[in-house]
Design a protein around this ligand. Structure first.
Ligand code: BGC
Length: 452
C-alpha cells in the first residue's frame, strides 16, 4: 500500500482533501460533543467549554446614555464614545485606535495596563474631554475571564499571543483602576466588563430582537448566547426564571480531529494544549496551518521550483490576509496571486503552482467555515431543538467579513443540516459590535445599579 510519504501530486492532494474534510457526519458528531461539553460546563464539571456567566441578559433596546468604551482583544486597542438613544439606535462619535507593541503584549502586566491608561489619557486629550466631569467606561476585554459581577472578573488564561505576566488569576478591572490611578486619571469609572462576543450580541440585539447569538470570527474565535438561568446548574441561588448571557469560550473546544499540521501549529504556539478549535479556525492561526501544508508540498517536490524552494519557510510568513487575497483572485491568469508571489520574492511560479496555492487555501478555509457553522448549529439546536424560531447570529471579525466565500461555506452547512428550515438562520455582520455593545452593557449595569 502507498504511504503518505510516497504520494504524488494527485494522491497527496486527495489525501489532504480527505483529512481536512468536514462531512455531514462530522458536523453531527461536533454538535453532539458540543452539547455534552456545554452541559458539563454549565454544571461546573471539567469541560473544554468554560460556559462563563456574564451577569447580563439581552438588552431591551431602551437602554440610553453616553458611555466610553475601551476595546482590548487583539493587536489594536480602541477607544470609542458611544451614545445610545434608547430607541435601538447608537451613535459612535469618536474612535481612537492604538497599536499595542508586541513587547507590551508579552512583557510585564503592569506595563500593559500602564499602556492602556496612557491610551485613555491621549483619547481624553485628543477628544477635548472635560476631565473635571465623571464618565462611565465599559471595558471589552476579549479573553477568558471568570466574572464575579458585571464589573469584575479574573483572567483565566491569556490567548491570541498575549502573555503579559502577573495578570492571569487577577481582577482585570482592579488592574485597570490601579493603572488609571498611577496615571492620575480620576474622571473615569469602570461601569462594566464584557467579552467581545457579549458586546456583539448586545449590539445586534439592540435593534434586532431575533438576535440570540454573538460570534467572533477574527484573530480569535468565540461565541455567546442567552441561557435559561435554570440550566446554569453551577449557579445556585439565582432567580431561576430569567436568562443570562453565557460566554462559551468555544475557542477552547477540544473534541475535533486534529491533523499533524494542527499539532505542529499547537506545539509552536504560546499556549500549547489550549484553544484547539481557535487554532483550526481563527485568523491568527489559519495562515500558519496553511503555510505548513504549502511547506509539505514544497518538501515533497510537488510545488515551486528549486529557485523558490525556501518560500514561506519562516513561521507566520504566510498570513490569513494572504489567503483572503489568493481566494479573491478569480482571473484565469491568477493576476492577483502573481502580484502577491512577486512581492514575496517568488518569480518562477507556474499557473499550476498558483492554482495549487489557491486550492490549499480553499481546503483549510472551508474546514474553518464548516467547524464554525457546526458550532453555531450546536447552540441553535441546544436552545431551539426543532428550529421553531428565527435566529439572527451577530458576527464580527475580519475572517467572516473579509474572507471570500467564508460565510457562504457556513450557510451551506446550515442548508445541508436544517434543510428548508435553514432560512430561519441569518448570519449578520455586527461591525464594531463589541465596542457599541459594551456601552449597552454599561447602560444595563447603570439601570440595574449593579456596577461597582
Ligand atoms: C478569547 C475570547 C474572545 C475570542 C475572540 C479568544 O481567544 O479567549 O474571550 O472572545 O478570542 O476575540
Amino acid at each position: 500500500m502507498m504511504t503518505v510519504a510516497d504520494m504524488g501530486y494527485k494522491e497527496f492532494t486527495a489525501y489532504l482533501e480527505k483529512v481536512f474534510n468536514i462531512t455531514l457526519g462530522d458536523v453531527k458528531k461536533i454538535i453532539k460533543a458540543f452539547h455534552s461539553e456545554m452541559k458539563k460546563g454549565l454544571s461546573g464539571f471539567e469541560s473544554s467549554l468554560k460556559m462563563i456567566p456574564s451577569f447580563v441578559e439581552r438588552p431591551t433596546g431602551r437602554e440610553s446614555g453616553k458611555f466610553f468604551a475601551l476595546d482590548l482583544g487583539g493587536t489594536n486597542l480602541r477607544l470609542l464614545a458611544v451614545e445610545l438613544d434608547g430607541k435601538g439606535a447608537s451613535n459612535v462619535s469618536t474612535v481612537s485606535k492604538f497599536v499595542i507593541p508586541p513587547k507590551t503584549m508579552t512583557g510585564a502586566g503592569d506595563e500593559l495596563f500602564d499602556f492602556i491608561a496612557e491610551c485613555i489619557s491621549s483619547f481624553l486629550t485628543e477628544s477635548n474631554i472635560d476631565k473635571e466631569k465623571n464618565y462611565d467606561l465599559a471595558f471589552t476585554f476579549s479573553f477568558p475571564v471568570e466574572q464575579t459581577n458585571i464589573a469584575a472578573g479574573k483572567l483565566i488564561a491569556w490567548t491570541k499571543g498575549f502573555t503579559a505576566s502577573g495578570v492571569e488569576g487577577k481582577d482585570v478591572i482592579m488592574l485597570l483602576n490601579e493603572a488609571l490611578k498611577r496615571k492620575g486619571i480620576n474622571c473615569i469609572r469602570i461601569a462594566a466588563l464584557a467579552n467581545d462576543t457579549v458586546g456583539t450580541l448586545a449590539a445586534k440585539c439592540y435593534n434586532d430582537r431575533d438576535c440570540d447569538m454573538g460570534v467572533i470570527l477574527g484573530t480569535g474565535t468565540n461565541a455567546c448566547y442567552p441561557e435559561k438561568i435554570s440550566n446554569i446548574k453551577k449557579w445556585r441561588g439565582l432567580d431561576p426564571r430569567g436568562e443570562m448571557i453565557i460566554n462559551m469560550e468555544w475557542g477552547n473546544f477540544n473534541k475535533l480531529r486534529f491533523t499533524s499540521y494542527d499539532k505542529d501549529v499547537d506545539d509552536e504556539s504560546l499556549n500549547t494544549g489550549c484553544q484547539y478549535l481557535e487554532k483550526m479556525v481563527s485568523g491568527m492561526y489559519l495562515g500558519e496551518v496553511t503555510r505548513k501544508i504549502i511547506r509539505d508540498y514544497i518538501h515533497r517536490g510537488l510545488l515551486f521550483t528549486n529557485a523558490d524552494s525556501n518560500a514561506f519557510i519562516k513561521k507566520d510568513s504566510f498570513l490569513t490576509e494572504d489567503m483572503s487575497l489568493i481566494a479573491s483572485d478569480e482571473s484565469t491568469d491568477c493576476a492577483l496571486i502573481d502580484e502577491f508571489l512577486k512581492k514575496s520574492g517568488l518569480t518562477e511560479v507556474t499557473i499550476h503552482g498558483k492554482m495549487t496555492l489557491k486550492n490549499i487555501c480553499r481546503i483549510t478555509s472551508v474546514r474553518a467555515a464548516r467547524i464554525s457553522a457546526a458550532a453555531i448549529s450546536a447552540v441553535i439546536k441546544w436552545t431551539d431543538p426543532k428550529l421553531k424560531n428565527n435566529h439572527t447570529i451577530g458576527v464580527d471579525g475580519s475572517l467572516f467579513e473579509k474572507y471570500p466565500g467564508f460565510s457562504g461555506a457556513m450557510l451551506d452547512v446550515f442548508k445541508i443540516l436544517f434543510k428548508e428550515k435553514a432560512s430561519k438562520i441569518k448570519l449578520e455582520l455586527a461591525k464594531d459590535g463589541s465596542g457599541k455593545g459594551a456601552a449597552i452593557i454599561a447602560a444595563i449595569a447603570a439601570t440595574a445599579g449593579t456596577s461597582s
